[in-house]
Design a binder for this molecule. Sequence first.
Ligand SMILES: NC(=O)c1ccc[n+]([C@@H]2O[C@H](COP(=O)([O-])OP(=O)(O)OC[C@H]3O[C@@H](n4cnc5c(N)ncnc54)[C@H](O)[C@@H]3O)[C@@H](O)[C@H]2O)c1
Ligand SMILES: [Zn+2]
Length: 353
Amino acid sequence: MTTQEILVPRAGRPESPSRIVIGDALPRLDSLLERRRSVVITDPNLEAAYPELIGRYPHVVIGLGETHKTLETVGYIYRELLKLGADRGSYIVGVGGGIVTDITGFVASTYMRGVSGFGFVATSLLAQVDASVGGKNGVNLDGYKNIVGVFHQPDFVLCDQGMLATLPERELRAGLAEVIKCGLIRDAELFGLFENHTFGSFTADAELLHRAITVSVTLKAAVVAADETERGERRLLNLGHTFAHAVEKCTGRYLHGEAVGIGLCIAAGLSHKLGLLSASEKERIVAVVDAMGLPTAVAPDTGVTPAQLLAAAASDKKREAAEIDYVLMDGIGRAIRRRMTLKELDALAADIL
Ligand SMILES: NC(=O)c1ccc[n+]([C@@H]2O[C@H](COP(=O)([O-])OP(=O)(O)OC[C@H]3O[C@@H](n4cnc5c(N)ncnc54)[C@H](O)[C@@H]3O)[C@@H](O)[C@H]2O)c1
Ligand SMILES: [Zn+2]
């Protein structure tokens, strides 16, 4: 399998970029951690699937799911680190999906005002193409997603494709939603991969998946390099996410990536309504989301109303005053930002949701 390395610059540390390794990446771990006092943070599924890897290091295991991405879990990890004798010189490695990597980055940046360094073994597709890259980390609070956190890029991210073999299929599909998102933001060719291949080809063809991961990470790395702390350009990466967060919050039923699939279809609908996307472009987007086995709309039996989704979207943390920074598409592979008042979004979205 091809293995590739992508470097993401880190503000104020030009000599030491964040290093993303994609492909047969896990064998690099030992040399990266050589002579470091490392502690691993992981979840029970990874501990069960990779007992040898996890067992090599002192480790802390956190609970599964979004409801554990909280300050309570952060407190639990701090206490476990104290018990393990971890200090500022320690090195922290998150081995897991986006929940483990988001929380590990936050813990590593705050425990004793920040430990000597941290890295990730990103084990879900979603973590490999999105969550682990770019240094946004943090936790949820009272139903608000990622409302507490810091920007701090890891020293390294290992995206080992072999580890995806143990990832449940539903999670793999959810990860593909973020890849589709990358295509829609900047890369029509990446989007085209989904029109020309079935879901089965992404699981069967390691080189195809490698290409999808590499192109997504490269795109994210470029956007992050231009705007590490999300003042402008980086907000494009939120395509589909305003309503994805609303869907997650209101239904409690969908995985993050599934909610992103729905959010992308809503963004396509809004972009079409504004005359930015043609009807056929909108349909192509919905068809690709559907073909990857992802939901394209909130299921009616959730009982969630458009008004509830709009209220949840309005309370999204990216809102500033009465305006929302919404990401639209003015073509496939061309995302744009538009500031909208909540009233405008209400009027536009009411019959699309
Ligand atoms: N920081 C960012 O920029 C960013 C970007 C996108 C998403 N996120 C966050 O990422 C989180 C979602 O990440 P996720 O989808 O990876 O969720 P997750 O961490 O819950 O992982 C998904 C599930 O798959 C299991 N799993 C992961 N890798 C496995 C493997 N190789 N083998 C077997 N099981 C495996 C996990 O135990 C879990 O049950 C959300 O909290 C989201 O907010 C963050
Ligand atoms: Zn996402």
